[in-house]
Design a protein around this ligand. Structure first.
Ligand code: GLC
Length: 564
């Protein structure tokens, strides 16, 4: 039998900061590194350990490409975008995070650069430029080459863009201003692995790998076959297979190279962003190593399945069972409910704080690494932004889709306008929510909910969502069973449609979690004589008092409890 052992990143809780929206210290309406440094105490007090930053590398600074995809369009991989600060400030940030015994994770966009990256500018300048083969260039289809080289799509729409200067087409897996690097060129691989090393040497503790499933395409540029499906996570969309462009076996192999690269620096980790079925996702994690305590691909992948899981015990039970099936030790699941691309979770669950507390309890007690998106802890809800005002490049790309359709798609996890989840962090109830000075226009409007939902106010209210997160994070920090314990569902028989219950087990320690998903009181028989309450979503609950209910425990409407 394998003696289980765990690395720090398997026990950690990650908090995602979207730098543009976190805290503006210079008064230009855009968040920045000094602003983040100012707020490190907040994050430390909240109780999260690892901070993942969406990109703050240089992105073009002039129109029309200025911060077009808000940093996911990089024009220099080894510097800091001037709007956010300087390399000195970055070094200070790393130091201040580490001084707090916290960790820092950067976002790495390996698949594509900005169209204004000097490499691409060179590449597009002539067919025989030394950088030509750094990107994916092909002739158009015959007879006159004015049709794209083949029928490949990007993740968003059409995959090829024409360049009249050299009369060839380049491929892009995302938007047209984000040309794909050519990973079949060893020079590109070398350069990008070097970039990965660059920030590790500066002390970062890991990377979130942006759309890592798009790195390699079919080497022979074969046509994407027809499939009889409108939408499928793995096989394609709109009747076209994605097998030539997504989840290529060479990408799985490259993930192993990435892993070897970060392992040159002990204690680092990689989490991959891939939207796919659990079966495909597992390929990115590689195979179990000889000693049985690790695997040789990415350390983690986001499991986005939870994002669209409705608040029903059965749906979460099924999901948890699937995670146990596919990601049992030494693999580690992840729990993620929001990010800078998705509608905010609280809006998806009816803007209901009680449900949000249940959701948080589940996220922080299930087996796996939780990823909290900034503002989730406050109940920040989806901002409204009309098509006209939208800042997001995707919204511009899809401006032909009527607003009501956009709203419907958003509900089904296909957000067309991502501004709504990127509104400024709500620090207090002053004008602009304390994000930037009152007389300044923030880069995105503050969500009007800031009057009630803000850090200052919620810190003072014992029953707030923020304090619920704080208590949960503390409980988790103090409980090795919650961090690394085995997972076991508890069968509640008749009550199983109302309540979700499970245990986390580590040696002799057993921690029980019961979540009442209904707006009703539940009486539940438990197999423990003298249960000791560790946590309740109700801040004033002191104990479970089974003796008062013939040995049963009483769960109040939408109450979540943890006990041993
Ligand atoms: C990822 C990012 C998203 C970005 C895209 C292209 O999905 O999360 O924000 O637009 O990749 O880099």
């Amino acid at each position: 039998m394998v003696e289980k052992s765990y690395k720090w990143w398997q026990k950690t809780v990650v908090y995602q900061v979207y730098p543009r929206s976190f805290k503006d210290s210079t008064g230009n309406g855009i968040g920045d590194l000094s602003g983040i440094i100012e707020k490190l105490d907040y994050l430390q007090n909240l109780g999260v350990e690892t901070i993942w930053f969406s990109p703050f590398y240089p992105s073009p600074t002039f129109k029309p490409y200025s911060q077009h995809d808000c940093g996911y369009d990089i024009s220099n991989y080894k510097d800091i975008h001037p709007e956010y600060g300087t390399m000195e400030l970055f070094d200070e940030l790393v130091k201040k995070i580490h001084n707090r015994n916290m960790k820092i994770v950067l976002d790495m966009v390996l698949n594509h650069t900005s169209i204004e990256h000097p490499w691409f500018k060179e590449s597009r300048s002539s067919r025989d430029n030394p950088k030509r083969d750094w990107y994916i260039w092909r002739d158009g289809r015959k007879p006159n080459g004015k049709k794209p080289p083949n029928n490949w799509n990007s993740m968003i729409g059409k995959g090829w863009e024409y360049n009249s200067h050299t009369d060839q087409w380049f491929y892009h897996a995302f938007l047209p201003f984000q040309p794909d690097l050519n990973y079949r060129n060893p020079e590109v691989q070398k350069e990008m692995l070097d970039t990965v090393r660059f920030w590790l040497k500066k002390g970062v503790d890991g990377y979130r790998l942006d759309i890592i499933n798009t790195l390699f395409e079919d080497a022979e540029f074969r046509k994407a076959p027809f499939i009889f499906k409108l939408f499928s996570e793995d096989s394609g969309t709109f009747f076209k297979s994605s097998q030539m462009t997504l989840n290529h076996p060479d990408t799985y192999e490259f993930c192993k190279t990435l892993r070897e690269t970060i392992d040159e620096f002990p204690g680092k980790f990689l989490v991959g962003e891939i939207t796919a079925s659990l079966k495909i996702l597992k390929n990115y994690l590689g195979n179990v190593c000889k000693d049985g305590t690790s695997h040789d691909g990415l350390n983690l992948v986001f499991l986005f399945q939870s994002m669209t899981t409705p608040m029903k015990p059965k749906r979460f039970r099924n999901l948890m069972q699937m995670y146990e099936k596919w990601f049992s030790y030494p693999y580690t699941p992840t729990w993620v409910f929001g990010n800078h691309d998705q509608r905010r979770r609280i809006t998806k669950i009816g803007d209901n704080f009680n449900k949000a507390k249940i959701n948080a309890t589940l996220q922080l007690t299930a087996r796996g690494v939780p990823f909290i998106y900034y503002g989730e802890e406050l109940g920040m809800k989806e901002g409204k932004s009309s098509k006209k005002e939208s800042r997001d490049a995707i919204a511009h790309y899809f401006k032909w889709i009527p607003q009501f359709m956009q709203n419907i798609l958003g509900k089904y996890g296909i957000p067309i306008n991502r501004d709504g989840c990127r509104t400024p962090m709500q620090w207090d109830d002053s004008e602009n929510a304390g994000f930037c000075p009152p007389n300044i226009e923030p880069w995105l409007s503050v969500n009007p909910s800031f009057i009630k939902r803000n850090v200052k106010k919620e810190e003072k209210d014992e029953g707030s969502l923020l304090n619920c997160y704080k208590r949960l994070l503390k409980v988790r920090k103090e409980s090795p069973a919650l961090q690394i314990g085995d997972f076991e569902l508890i069968n509640l028989k008749k009550l199983k449609e109302k309540c979700l219950a499970y245990k986390r087990i580590l040696g002799k320690q057993e921690i029980n979690v019961y979540l009442n998903f209904l707006n009703k009181v539940l009486l539940i028989k438990i197999p423990i004589q003298e249960p000791k309450l560790i946590f309740s979503t109700l801040s004033n609950r002191k104990a479970l008092y089974p003796e008062a209910n013939n040995g049963k425990i009483k769960l109040f409407p939408f109450e979540g409890i943890i006990f041993r």
